[in-house]
Design a protein. Structure first.
Length: 275
């Protein structure tokens, strides 16, 4: 699966974890701090939760865990039970959007995101997820508007992830300068993320910035646990463009030896460097 096929990126570099965020984890609840009943200004704690709150929280945690394991229909069942217990949960609606999107139910996914944002208009996670959803449907201006709104939220803490998705979306639209800007900012904020380094390298390669592309690719390919067929193949093409035939052969041999069945290894064997 290559969800960012406009950049030729691998699933390893563009996994769902890179572009979506589960709003609830197994170890923590989904309910944020609130105000207890009456005139009290105390933070809301477990003792303030109703039975419906607790049911909804448990179901949503289960749904998140099932979704993370790829058990989509089971995750959807748990989300439905969470919403039955507490219908006004933006977190549950956001997760339902992710699940429907993964199931290919595009209309239901968008409806879920829109409903979540109606309840929590400034939720950066939902704005990000809706933006990526719209990008996958090639609705690039709408997607960029959602990414911009997510990045504008004062308390949003996943700007590197949103900048990565925004850069990829710009690239899919052929907006290479904007793609480079967003991806460079993502890399600056999280230089350990191979997805940011790879996609920035790919954009730089397409713009003819081969030396700069080489810099970021070397950071990936220097670590065997991060490199893959796509990163090695892009590095081969970069070295070829720079006239470094020996370097291209060395990387190509590594590609062939480590990933002999990959399409990239086949392209290398055929000498199809510009495909």
């Amino acid at each position: 699966m290559r969800p960012w096929s406009g950049l030729g990126a691998s699933a390893r570099f563009v996994s769902a974890a890179a572009v979506v965020l589960l709003t609830c984890g197994l170890g923590g609840g989904c309910a944020g701090p609130g105000v207890a009943g009456g005139d009290s200004a105390d933070l809301r704690t477990a003792s303030d939760q109703t039975a419906a709150d607790r049911r909804a929280r448990t179901r949503l945690e289960l749904a998140s865990a099932y979704f993370a394991r790829g058990q989509l229909t089971t995750a959807l069942d748990e989300v439905k039970l969470a919403l039955a217990a507490k219908p006004d949960q933006p977190e549950a609606l956001n997760l339902r959007g992710l699940i429907y999107g993964a199931l290919g139910e595009r209309k239901l996914a968008e409806e879920s995101y829109r409903r979540a944002l109606a309840l929590a208009p400034g939720d950066g996670d939902t704005l990000h997820n809706l933006g990526w959803f719209l990008c996958q449907d090639n609705r690039h201006p709408e997607a960029d508007a959602q990414f911009a709104l997510a990045l504008a939220q004062p308390q949003y803490r996943d700007s590197a992830r949103t900048l990565l998705a925004r850069g990829v979306c710009h690239a899919r639209a052929g907006r290479w300068v904007d793609a480079e800007t967003a991806l460079a900012r993502s890399y600056e904020q999280d230089p350990t993320n191979p997805a940011a380094a790879y996609n920035l390298s790919d954009v730089l390669y397409r713009r003819g910035e081969y030396e700069r592309a080489r810099f970021y690719l070397r950071r990936i390919n220097a670590q065997q646990e991060l490199s893959n067929a796509q990163s090695l193949w892009l590095a081969v093409r970069v070295e070829n463009r720079l006239g470094n035939a020996a370097g291209a052969r060395q990387l190509g041999t590594q590609l062939r030896d480590r990933f002999p069945q990959s399409p990239e290894a086949l392209q290398f064997e055929r000498g199809r460097f510009d495909d």
